[in-house]
Design a protein around this ligand. Structure first.
Ligand code: ASP
Length: 437
């Protein structure tokens, strides 16, 4: 039969209608023993997420602005869900206690975590599962460092006492007893940690999309779904993956080789995407997915005999590190080097950086372009096929798109091209059509 851990994201648990859907899903699958939930998310496009409202309460308090109205909106949502599901977890009493703690100066992490906490209580009652508080099992040091081994042992020990349980995502407890959250979207991590500790056969991650698509549907009409993809390929496609699955959720699943299945609560018949150690079925596909992002800056430097100068790249990297900027890519030629940086990271520091490059590296020339889009074409099947790059470049040439930069990862699993921002969408469509259609 197997053992599954199922995590339901914010939109899957946004109200009683959604929670009834997850009830059908869980009741329809005996293998689901442990359920991890987010705080209620958006019910419609312009709705607010409960977590955002909780953060807003804290900001109001910090600025000494009344927060009661916002807290009331949050309270109303929980009380309505409790009533509509016909369960009784004393949501009113819980909310009063949260309110008292807020008044007494509770930390931002405590306040933010209450979204998951109360939702898990309600959902546990609706499913007839035990409620297990995340603070019993997810552990951080007093300084807030995540404690991997202690957490793994705690989950094993505590959940051994519960045949079925609902656990709130997103937070845990420092050894001193205070609440600590993961970064935003962190319920995915909680689910992965539990899947790892209980040795799940599958970690199901239920969202509002039927897995990953081979390209962004706002750019390509009806892109094909990705049925199976490896953890490594997904990492290379991080431009596209971030909003569906938290990056840090991959590691715990990966070390125990637990497949992550991205599923759609609103369309549970869809198989979704399986993220696995190594793609089996799809190895014949040269390309697994295409993803990109706009607004990168490329700094191109030329210096004769750069290639023989010792420590050149180290000094480039050092200057970027001093400015606390992550380098996205760093393609090099014999006497040239390009540094690719996300514009958002750069935030007003470009002039300083150029000055430092000029003073410390003494390049013959330096040239900056700040409107570059990066596109990653990813596929584990690439390394065993000849002509992949030729096909990609031909497709772009035929679409009249000038390639401003090329980088191929050493994994031979991706080809990254930089094109003008204005050509971003055309380039994605051209690559998609060449490899998929
Ligand atoms: N509720 C938290 C957030 O909105 C965590 C999560 O949903 O994963 O970021």
């Amino acid at each position: 039969m197997g053992l599954k851990v199922a995590k339901f994201g914010g939109s899957s648990v946004a109200d009683a209608i959604q929670i009834n859907k997850i009830k059908d899903i869980v009741e329809g699958d005996d293998a689901i023993k442990y359920v991890v939930v987010s705080a209620p998310g958006k019910r419609f496009k312009d709705d607010s997420k409960v977590t955002d409202l909780l953060y807003l309460c804290k900001t109001h308090i910090e600025h000494k602005i009344p927060y009661e109205q916002i807290f009331q909106v949050i309270s109303d949502r929980y009380i309505a869900v409790e009533a509509n599901l016909g369960v009784d977890v004393d949501a009113k009493g819980e909310l009063q206690e949260i309110r008292r703690n807020i008044e007494a100066g509770a930390s931002v992490d405590y306040i933010a975590s209450r979204g998951e906490y109360l939702n898990a209580k309600i959902i546990a009652a609706a499913l007839g599962f035990d409620f297990v508080d995340a603070k019993e099992i997810i552990k951080f040091s007093d300084k807030g460092k995540f404690l991997e081994d202690i957490t793994n042992d705690s989950i094993k020990r505590v959940l051994a006492e519960h045949e079925t349980a609902v656990i709130p995502g997103f937070y845990g407890e420092r050894l001193d007893g205070s609440i600590k959250t993961f970064s935003r979207g962190g319920s995915d991590i909680t689910g992965a940690l539990i899947a790892r500790a209980v040795g799940a056969d599958v970690y199901e991650n239920w969202t509002d999309v039927s897995g990953f698509l081979m390209a962004d549907p706002r750019i390509v009409d009806n892109p094909k779904p990705i049925e199976e993809i490896s953890y490594k390929e997904l990492r290379e496609l991080s431009y596209m993956g971030a909003s569906v699955l938290h990056e840090d959720a991959v590691y715990p699943a990966r070390i125990e080789n637990i497949p992550i299945n991205i599923r759609n609560t609103n369309s549970p018949q869809d198989p979704g995407t399986m993220i696995v150690d190594r793609p089996h079925a799809n190895i014949n596909n040269v390309v697994s997915g295409i993803a990109g992002s706009k607004d990168f800056t490329v700094i191109n430097m030329f210096k004769s005999s750069m290639a023989t100068e010792r420590g050149f790249i180290r000094r480039v990297a050092g200057i970027m590190e001093d400015h606390d900027i992550a380098i996205e890519h760093i393609p090099t030629g014999v006497d040239t080097i390009s540094v690719v940086i996300d514009n958002e990271m750069l935030a007003g520091q470009l002039d300083d950086i150029i000055e430092e490059f000029k003073n410390q590296l003494k390049p013959d020339s330096i040239e900056v372009t700040d409107d570059i889009a990066m596109i990653a074409t990813v596929g584990a099947g690439m390394c065993t096929r000849t002509g992949t790059a030729a096909k990609l470049f031909t497709a772009l040439a035929e679409a009249n798109i000038n390639i401003r930069m090329i980088d191929q990862g050493s994994s031979e699993m991706n080809i990254i091209v930089g094109v003008d921002n204005t050509k971003f969408e055309d380039a994605i469509r051209a690559i998609y059509n060449a490899f998929v259609e």
